[in-house]
Design a protein around this ligand. Structure first.
Ligand code: PEP
Length: 254
């Protein structure tokens, strides 16, 4: 079985004006010039997507959106559709981030619709799943992951699941400075992979890439990447600084 290509993604969340985004990309692309062996993805806010796309021109760095609605067009005030994201040159879209599950009350049913819509329009989703602190303390980590993965991926075609990116993000480790241990990250990723193998098949599970997310920084990325089931990282806070994010990418290459 060929090794999966590592994928390191920056989730800027609600940060950076258009001018700041341009400045970031100009610095970042110089810092990662010549890097190979790892796929790099930037997910700026919607407002900065066209500018970031322009600044990324001529690089292999991929563009992602942080969310989308599941209909291609229509009366959905304030929403952004998969067609619009394709139009802006996005290849990836983050779906089901814990902040959207929490603040926007996104359900697994809605997340499933978004995943289907992303694939239908040629976008690759980065699906976020992960347990809360109270789940972990109650010994429910695997039960929560199983519930989310089953519901979020329900009815997806094997070929789509094979190219999916899943970010295992324990909610208690996001933005808290509290990183899961490399072993915990691997356990979560391994459990998700085994579940995908059970629901589809082993080849599909071996092809899907599973990232870890939660307070990833230059100091901890190498140990996380050394784990068998961790294929990359989804990085929030530390991705806001181009030098720190470039260093994470550099150290992720092993
Ligand atoms: C995230 O937003 O997906 C994330 C992992 O954030 P942070 O790296 O800041 O914990």
């Amino acid at each position: 079985m060929g090794k999966r290509e590592p994928i390191i993604a920056a989730n800027w969340k609600m940060h950076k004006t258009v001018a700041e985004a341009r400045e970031y990309v100009r610095r970042f692309r110089e810092l990662v010039e010549g890097f190979s062996g790892v796929e790099i993805v930037l997910a700026p806010p919607f407002t900065a997507l066209p500018a970031v796309r322009e600044e990324l021109c001529g690089t292999a760095i991929a563009l992602a959106a942080q969310d989308m609605w599941h209909e291609p067009l229509g009366a959905y005030t304030g929403a952004i559709s998969p067609l619009m994201l394709r139009d802006l040159g996005c290849q990836y879209v983050i779906i089901g981030h814990s902040e959207r599950r929490e603040h926007c009350k996104e359900t697994d049913e809605l997340i499933n619709k978004k995943l289907r819509a992303a694939f239908a329009h040629g976008l690759t989703p980065i699906l976020c799943v992960g347990e809360k602190l109270e789940d972990r303390r109650a010994g429910l980590t695997q039960a929560v992951l199983e519930r989310q993965v089953r519901a979020d991926l329900a009815g997806l075609a094997k070929g789509d699941v094979a190219r999916l990116v899943i970010a295992y993000e324990p909610v208690w480790a996001i933005g808290t400075g509290e990183t899961a241990s490399p072993q915990d990250a691997n356990e979560g990723a391994k459990f998700i992979r085994a579940l995908v193998a059970k629901l589809w098949d082993e080849a599909t599970a071996q092809s899907a890439r599973i990232q870890y997310g939660g307070s990833v920084k230059p100091e901890n990325i190498a140990a996380l990447m050394a784990e068998e089931n961790v294929d990359g990282a989804l990085v929030g806070g530390a991705s806001l600084d181009p030098a720190a994010f470039a260093e994470i990418v550099r150290r992720a290459r092993g």
